[in-house]
Design a binder for this molecule. Sequence first.
Ligand SMILES: NC(=O)c1ccc[n+]([C@@H]2O[C@H](COP(=O)([O-])OP(=O)(O)OC[C@H]3O[C@@H](n4cnc5c(N)ncnc54)[C@H](OP(=O)(O)O)[C@@H]3O)[C@@H](O)[C@H]2O)c1
Length: 361
Amino acid sequence: MESVNVGIIGCGQFSSYHIRELCKFPDVRLVAVCSRNKENALKSVELIHEHGKKQRPEKIAIYTDYHEMVRFPAIDAVTVCTPPPAHAQPMIAAAKAGKHVFCEGPMAVDLEQCDAMIATARSQRIRFTVQHTNRFNKNVYMAKKTLSDGLLGKVLMAKMDFIAPSGLRPEDHIAHVHWRLSKQGSGGGILFHAGRYAIDTFLWLMGDVHEVYGKMESFSHGSEVEDCASATLNFSNGAIGQMFLMGLAPPGVLRSPFYQIEILATKAVLTVIPEWSVKSDNEDFTYELNEKLSLESSGPCDGWASQLRDWIDAIKAGKEPLFPCESFRSQVELARALYKSVAINVPVQLPLQKDDSFYSF
Ligand SMILES: NC(=O)c1ccc[n+]([C@@H]2O[C@H](COP(=O)([O-])OP(=O)(O)OC[C@H]3O[C@@H](n4cnc5c(N)ncnc54)[C@H](OP(=O)(O)O)[C@@H]3O)[C@@H](O)[C@H]2O)c1
């Protein structure tokens, strides 16, 4: 396959990032857009014409129904840019039609939907990935390798803090659409919006969780989703974890999220984000780990662009994307387990079983 023909489903705010980025790839053609409101679809067509000059899109098909769009034979793949509760249905329809799928995050709002999406992707043998671009970050990539190689010794504790400057107050610009502040519309608050990246990265580094106990609140007037959450985690590797997420930094205090991941192990303390730092009393060991980072940092480390590139390369080569689609389910499972823990005010064991009322939304 020389070039990949892509269609966009859901023409809102974030689809414009997909369009701008995909238009940079010489081996991608944006050939169709779909939004229930044709005006939104037409705006996306304009954007493709503006940014896709090199790709010379001859004609861009416009749909208002994704069922029709996925039957369009000229499309090889779609990106799904609808709100979280509307990810599963178009993804599954596209996969059943044999189209590869790049889905916006979170994967879905519950585990029933995630499992149906994964099962369809596997049975249809399509390339399916979910936008969690923090995994395509140099420090995260190296930390994962450092942990997998056992270089830190036994991991004892890990801590993640995430404070978003805005997003979950009715007056925030990103909350322009009411779905973000309603449970039905979004699936959840900070755990499903800005904080989902941080949770996904934390779990990707630390592995499976077997128990979680949490607290959360919705402090913002006019919002029914959580804007603050904290949790204590027990990881399957024996380590204890702590996460602290907030979507309500005082106005003007932060221009970008405050985000930190720290791992405390028997041989060293590793800060992964915001800056890579190794603290140990063994200078040779510290030097070796820092050297390793600079020497082996040739991985896919360009965030958003790297993940889209990885997906397109996987389609062209008929291979798996770098991260298996199953791995993106963990963030949704942890969020659902945390909601359960808050609802019943006790620690909750993972995995959540299919007959658990928190398995489905
Ligand atoms: N905005 C960001 O900064 C950001 C960042 C990272 C990830 N994301 C993710 O990207 C996805 C889209 O977010 P967005 O900010 O682009 O949202 P948005 O501006 O509301 O756009 C979503 C579009 O999807 C269409 N749509 C299709 N089915 C829908 C349904 N059942 N309910 C409502 N709209 C529906 C709507 O267009 P029609 O009405 O024309 O169908 C709408 O324009 C979400 O999953 C979000 O989590 C967004």
